[in-house]
Design a binder for this molecule. Structure first.
Ligand code: URA
Ligand code: SF4
Length: 187
């Protein structure tokens, strides 16, 4: 674990800890406010993210940005990261050896950001952060507190592209998060 961003970013620069390094154009480290109260964790880069080196800049990301606008979240105010930092081929799910290899980076990012709330975007984020026993359909929209962090599991933004009703859930879950943060402002 590094106690500063410079060392952490340096440590990942040429990472070859898992086989996903072979297909990547860019490592998608994460982006946003390094002192954010609110953090979002997705699954892994898609094609657009791989090309641009930034999380959630493709179709799913644009939809997420619209949802942010709807509930009054500024993208610059939050921190956004992923379970794996290199693109899985054909956007397949990241495999266990890959998530295991990559998770220390994310744990270190969480340790440095110290968010009060983490939104887990979809099953892969939920199960890798909180445990394989969690089901996204049962967990979404419900707070889970663990080691002083409040987790809000919700749908992955890509799922909203396929199913309109999930957009309503997604907005609802983000509103719960905003309400919590508004009610817990530390002086
Ligand atoms: N989907 C993800 O899970 N993460 C991204 O960064 C983009 C799409
Ligand atoms: Fe390293 Fe993570 Fe990329 Fe694998 S996915 S090569 S562990 S940065």
């Amino acid at each position: 674990m590094y106690d500063n961003w410079e060392d952490l970013e340096e440590s990942i620069k040429d990472c070859k800890k898992c086989k996903l390094f072979t297909g990547r154009k860019n490592i998608v480290f994460g982006v946003g406010n390094k002192n954010a109260r609110l953090m979002f964790i997705g699954e892994g880069p898609g094609a657009d993210e791989d090309t641009q080196g930034e999380p959630f800049v493709g179709r799913a990301g644009k939809l997420m940005n619209l949802a942010f606008q709807t509930v009054g979240i500024n993208r610059e105010d939050v921190y956004i990261g992923n379970i794996v930092k290199c693109r899985p081929p054909g956007n397949r799910d990241p495999q266990e050896d890959e998530t295991n290899a990559c998770m220390d980076y994310l744990r270190n990012q969480v340790k440095l950001v110290k968010p009060e709330v983490i939104v887990l975007l979809g099953r892969i984020a939920l199960q890798n952060i909180l445990g394989q026993e969690y089901k996204i359909t049962a967990s979404r929209g419900k707070w889970i507190e663990k080691k002083g962090i409040n987790y809000m599991p919700t749908w992955h933004p890509a799922a909203l592209l396929r199913d309109e009703t999930k957009k309503i859930d997604f907005i609802k879950d983000l509103k719960l998060v905003i309400k919590y943060l508004d009610n817990n402002i530390k002086e």
